[in-house]
Design a protein around this ligand. Structure first.
Ligand code: SF4
Length: 667
């Protein structure tokens, strides 16, 4: 049965501006008491604590939320990267009149601070001069504690990617534990997840009208903790969410209860089941309210926010950002800003559903597009106002380069759909794959006076691109600077199926078109493929096959990455539980994951089979696999034999190369 698509009140025109509108906008969002005084403000209405340096640009969450609330008449201050050892740093701007917002920044703080091998990173792209250690581990939690100490009576709201992906009980790779929802640990009043603009605006106006925060329980994209569910709720705990009746939108009292924190902590199969269920409840048009007991408390996660309209997104991106780091940083360079200062974000969301990625869990599957006019105006602003611009737009893209204006053919079908991906296992017949709006956008951007080149650096989803040879032609003729990065991620279908990625056949189709159009354009251009080592499903044998494929195609990769289990991702559920949440768990499908550091490093080494430093461990692995036939000097060999003078490879006993124990795969 088709579901009626939902709409929401307009983000800008449905609210009466707050009284402080006459004091705004601030030329620079204030970060100190002196800056408040210069603005003539007695206090801020909202203060955002952020793990990132403050860059007044729409790609940085604190600035975007600050400028959006300013448009509604609220005075917003930001405390970027405070000293978390001392609550006085959180008192810099005094208490806000309405609420404190806490965000770890644009990245989860543990991903920011540690590598996939759990080693500390030596730098931080979101800090002046890339300095490490400007934020704590689990920044949202630490900042929330300091805020509570500083001003215990002020409403506390957590948000941003860290809170968003840790809204349920979740596996935490860094502590190897299933942790509670971040709401329980922080004891915040509310958690806002996903694209939080609607919830932030609604919440702030209601707090300004003196509604107590503990009574605000109906915001989409919010989560809270209570003692028990209201009596009128219909709570379902059945095994099959697809047979669960109407969506919350059409039945406001329906709720789906996930296994409790205690259950998912002790039972890996239930963890996988909970992961499957919550991922089936991400379409805002049909998602139901989700409940998860934590001891004697109940976590309530309301359905996701209604996607922003094009007009709303345009207005958000055209707020009066300075498009520069805050003046407090002087000449210091902030690497993440340097990377995006000449780029333009054209859309949000992704319907690819790659299981290792968290974009869908955060931004949703429905693409939210800016208008061409708004994007052109931003390019002109960069040209006219951003220091150092030399005529090249470094990227015109988004989470995926080529999903601009792509959508389900029918809003009604889209509203009732529960598929995890519009592209996997095959492109859905209901998906409109017409790339003409994107081609038109590229052409218009190149035609702007003073723009010499417009590059596409966002990842191209090549299985989608091959449906539009005209798009590939436009891309390779005008928007590739010699190399184009694409992400097959693996060669073997057993792993690709765990990633929800297409088979290599679409890669070959894309490469053939890429080569043909590059030649026609008289350009020598190359594809740079990216692969992930140690993804769930990938064992050493599969990695050897992938390494042979790389050698056969003469790829010598410089940079390789190992799977990093981000909170909430479906692949993380596979990694932790050993089960496959892509399938119903009444007949569980088990998944092998390389967890030992030695095996993860071996898988990475196989991606760099050409590096002599890796040859000893690769040889040893090949011998253990019974594939010594791949050691030799021929084309068919993966690595050469050791030189006579080369000492035999020895591992320290703790670093022995571990090959997968086949029996252990059958959990
Ligand atoms: S295109 Fe297919 S998978 Fe995507 S929303 Fe529409 S029906 Fe669902």
């Amino acid at each position: 049965m088709a579901t009626t698509p939902l709409t929401a009140p307009d983000l800008f025109t449905s609210y009466r501006p707050y009284w402080a509108k006459r004091l705004l906008p601030a030329p620079v969002l204030p970060t100190t008491r002196e800056e408040l005084d210069q603005l003539g403000w007695e206090a801020c209405d909202v203060i955002i604590i952020s793990g990132d340096a403050l860059v007044d640009h729409p790609s940085f969450g604190a600035a975007l939320i600050g400028r959006l609330l300013e448009a509604h008449g609220f005075r917003v201050g930001v405390i970027p990267q405070p000293n978390w050892q001392d609550s006085s740093a959180f008192q810099t701007l005094g208490p806000p009149t309405l609420w404190f917002g806490i965000t770890a920044g644009n990245m989860d703080s543990m991903v920011n601070r540690y590598t996939a091998d759990r080693l500390p990173r030596s730098d931080d792209a979101y800090t002046p001069n890339g300095a490490a250690n400007a934020r704590p581990d689990r920044a949202t939690l630490v900042y929330a504690q300091r805020c509570r100490e500083a001003f215990p009576e002020i409403p506390l709201v957590i948000g941003g990617i860290e809170a968003s992906l840790r809204r349920f009980a979740h596996f935490d790779y860094w502590s190897e534990k299933v942790r509670r929802s971040l709401l329980l640990d922080t004891r915040a009043d509310l958690l806002l997840y996903g694209n939080a603009e609607r919830a932030v605006v609604e919440l702030t106006h209601r707090l300004a009208r003196k509604e107590p925060i503990h009574t605000i329980r109906d915001l989409r994209g919010s989560a809270y903790v209570c003692k028990k569910a209201p009596n009128e709720w219909q709570i379902h705990t059945v095994n099959d969410p697809d047979s669960m009746g109407p969506a919350a939108a059409h039945h406001p009292h329906i709720a789906l209860q996930l296994p409790s924190y205690e259950q998912v902590r002790s039972d890996r199969r239930l963890y996988a089941q909970a992961s499957r269920w919550l991922h089936l409840e991400t379409n805002p048009h049909n998602a139901r309210r989700l409940l998860q007991p934590h001891q004697n408390r109940l976590l309530v996660v309301n359905p996701p926010p209604i996607p922003l309209t094009t007009d709303e997104l345009d207005r958000i991106y055209e707020l009066p950002y300075t498009r520069r780091p805050h003046p407090r940083y002087g000449e210091a360079r902030i690497p993440a800003y340097e990377m995006i200062r000449f780029s333009v974000n054209i859309m949000r969301g992704c319907f690819g559903g790659c299981t290792f990625c968290s974009i869908t869990e955060h931004e949703g599957r429905i693409i939210q597009n800016r208008s061409q006019g708004s994007i052109m105006r931003e390019i002109e602003t960069i040209r006219d106002e951003v220091p150092g611009f030399t005529g090249t737009i470094s990227d015109i893209g988004g989470p995926t380069a080529n999903m601009y204006r792509l959508h389900c053919r029918s809003p009604q079908i889209e509203a009732s759909c529960r598929r995890l991906s519009c592209l996997y296992p095959d492109i859905c017949p209901n998906l409109n794959t017409d790339h003409s709006a994107l081609i038109e956008l590229y052409r218009a951007s190149r035609a702007i006076d003073g723009i010499k080149r417009v590059m596409v650096a966002s990842g191209v989803r090549y299985d989608l691109a091959v449906t539009s040879p005209a798009y590939i032609k436009e891309l390779v003729t005008y928007h590739v600077g010699g190399y184009l990065k694409i992400a097959p991620e693996h060669s073997e279908s057993a792993t690709l199926s765990k990633m929800m990625k297409p088979s290599l056949s679409s890669y070959y189709r894309f490469k053939s078109l890429f080569d043909r159009f590059s030649k026609e354009a008289g350009k020598e251009q190359y594809l740079i493929p990216y692969f992930i080592a140690a993804h769930p499903g990938s064992d050493t044998e599969q990695m050897v096959t992938l390494a042979l494929w790389l050698k056969q195609h003469r790829f010598r990769l410089d940079q390789v990455q190992a799977f990093l289990p981000a909170p909430l991702a479906l692949a993380t559920a596979m990694y932790h539980s050993g089960y496959n949440p892509l399938k119903k768990l009444d007949h569980p499908d088990t998944v092998y994951s390389a967890k030992k550091l030695t095996e993860r490093r071996l898988q990475k080494a196989l991606l760099r089979y050409h590096d002599p430093k890796n040859w000893p461990i690769i040889r040893q692995a090949l011998q253990q696999l019974g594939r010594a036939d791949l050691i030799g000097h021929g084309k068919q060999h993966l690595v050469p034999p050791p030189k006579k003078t080369e000492p035999p490879h020895r591992h320290h006993s703790r670093q022995r190369t571990i090959l997968p124990n086949r029996r252990s795969r059958r959990r």
